[in-house]
Design a protein around this ligand. Structure first.
Ligand code: ADP
Ligand code: LRH
Length: 481
């Protein structure tokens, strides 16, 4: 039984973590060896990535992993954000966080100029104001003139580790500059948006062997031999979907963490007028699959509420909130968990109350009531999108897989099962890091294909099934557009 020992660096919004895993055809064990904060910082008035702090966390994690004998490392993070390199391959400015307001109004202008049919028909990507295309248009023209290469954050970090430049395909597909049918960057869109053509790096596949860690870093890392960086599905959602423990194609997934990414895995994109209208995205997964999904605000609604209560001097633990929310009456009030009003950091309970007020529903007052409203609203958004994805793609599903940190939230998993009227299989919690490891294992010849990778997850990880109850209570709400 051949096995790979590898490290997965996963930069999530709730934390960065480095996992060490051993993967074989019948084996998958993992250990979190380092966890570090991933808090954005203010740089010149812009909400930005704290790259120096992350870099320290990543190096500390790789050092730990090196001591445990890994021979390969892969990096994933969230989509759309990037850094710009100058002629000397130096970073021009810290990457800006997609929750920053610099893109306000830009997408609307581009949609009016270029047209939705062209933008969606080419890229298949949902209209989200923070897509890379709009972020690039928000750059200072002088910065763009200086820039030679745009690298999405995992590619940027891989460049720092190895000196190699490339654009990993799953993450490239989140930029809204990638032609989803031609499977190349869209030169046409880049030209129409007036962006410098040369910015886009050559595409790479998840599973490419990128290169050894630069020798200058080996000393400080305490690693004496070559440690290879392997290109993974560097878009965190693509990695998470690769680790969904499904046994056939008839499944929906909710990659449930800071965001809930709700959808299906398809063989080809859906670019119909109805799909555009519903603003479903067609992002690229491993093996050229399509992740046909919607972004639901996710547990960000709860994280940011908890931050608000903490800042007000009323901290409350997640365990307490979930226990109390379970005792609250169901469906007292629900908000649209896809509304962009919830995107920016700030007072979340107040924004939730405002939405309830404006739609004539009772306003949740206590933290338990706000939490209940968030979980009911998320479950409803999960169910609506599982239904819409099936309708728009013509693919039926008989199970919903919930993966990511939210798989530990048994109330949310049960409510999702109830709202969908389908069984929910919850787990793995670290799906993204597992997907990262599984792609490395395939790259190194340890696993054959996607199905085998999913089998390994199903056979080795703790999974819990929630049967739907009480679906009638939800069905009218789910059916309402
Ligand atoms: P990301 O990768 O975006 O940082 P995660 O997949 O790590 O997100 O999920 C983070 C979320 O998981 C948190 O917002 C929290 O709501 C949820 N979570 C974490 N631990 C627990 C737990 N013990 N019980 C229930 N939910 C949890
Ligand atoms: C989830 C995610 C999602 C993107 C968002 C920016 O972490 O990558 O798929 O839309 O972050």
């Amino acid at each position: 039984d051949v096995r790979l020992r590898a490290a997965a660096v996963d930069l999530g919004a709730s934390s960065g973590r480095v996992l060490v895993g051993t993967v074989g055809p019948d084996h998958l064990d993992t250990e979190v060896v380092h966890r570090f904060p991933n808090e954005p910082v203010d740089v010149n008035g812009r909400l930005s990535w704290n790259l120096p702090s992350l870099w320290r966390g990543i190096l500390a994690g790789i050092r730990e992993a090196g001591e445990r004998g890994v021979t390969s490392v892969g990096i994933d993070s969230w989509g759309v954000d990037y850094g710009l390199l100058d002629e000397a391959e130096r970073l021009i400015a810290p990457p800006v966080h997609y929750r920053d307001s610099r893109t306000d109004g830009i997408m609307e202008r581009v949609r009016a100029d270029v047209g939705d049919r062209t933008l969606y028909g080419t890229t298949g990507v949902q209209f989200m104001g923070f897509n890379t295309a709009y972020q690039l248009l928000a750059e200072d023209p002088a910065t763009l003139r200086k820039a030679r290469t745009m690298l999405l954050v995992p590619d940027l970090l891989c460049h720092r580790l190895t000196g190699r430049i490339g654009a990993e395909r799953t993450n490239a597909s989140t930029t809204q500059l990638y032609d989803v049918r031609a499977r190349t960057w869209s030169g046409d869109l880049v030209r129409r948006l007036g962006l410098p053509r040369g910015l886009l790096a050559p595409l790479r596949e998840p599973g490419d062997l990128l290169g050894p860690i630069r020798s200058q870093l080996l000393g400080p890392l305490g690693v004496s031999r070559d440690l290879w960086v392997t290109t993974v599905a560097s878009h965190d959602t693509a990695s998470a979907v690769a680790a969904v423990p499904a046994h056939d194609g008839h499944f929906a997934y909710v990659s449930c963490g800071t965001w809930s990414l709700v959808g299906l895995e398809l063989g080809s994109p859906v670019l119909s007028a109805a799909s555009l209208e519903a603003n479903f995205t067609n992002e690229v997964g491993v093996d050229g699959t399509i992740r046909y999904l919607r972004n639901v605000m996710g547990l960000w609604l709860l994280q940011e509420s908890m931050r608000t209560w903490r800042d007000e001097g009323r901290p409350v633990s997640l365990a307490r909130l979930l226990a109390d929310a379970g005792a609250e009456p169901p469906l007292r009030s629900v908000v649209d968990a896809e509304s962009p009003d919830f995107l920016a950091p700030g007072d979340m309970p107040e924004r939730i109350r405002a939405h309830c007020r404006d739609s004539g529903q009772p306003e949740p007052a206590t933290p338990a009531q706000v939490t209940r409203c968030v979980l009911d609203s998320l479950a409803l958004a999960h169910a609506r999108n599982v239904a819409a994805a099936q309708r728009l793609s013509g693919r039926r599903v008989d199970v919903v897989h919930v993966v990511g940190g939210g798989a530990q939230n048994s109330l949310l998993c049960q409510l999702t099962a109830d709202a969908c009227g389908l069984p929910v299989v919850a787990g793995p919690v670290e799906a993204t890091a597992l997907g990262n490891l599984l792609v490395q294992a395939r790259a190194h010849g340890v696993l054959v294909d996607r199905a085998e990778a999913r089998d390994v997850v199903r056979r080795t990880q703790d999974l819990r099934t929630y049967e739907p109850r009480d679906h009638e209570r939800w069905s009218a709400l789910v059916a309402a557009a």
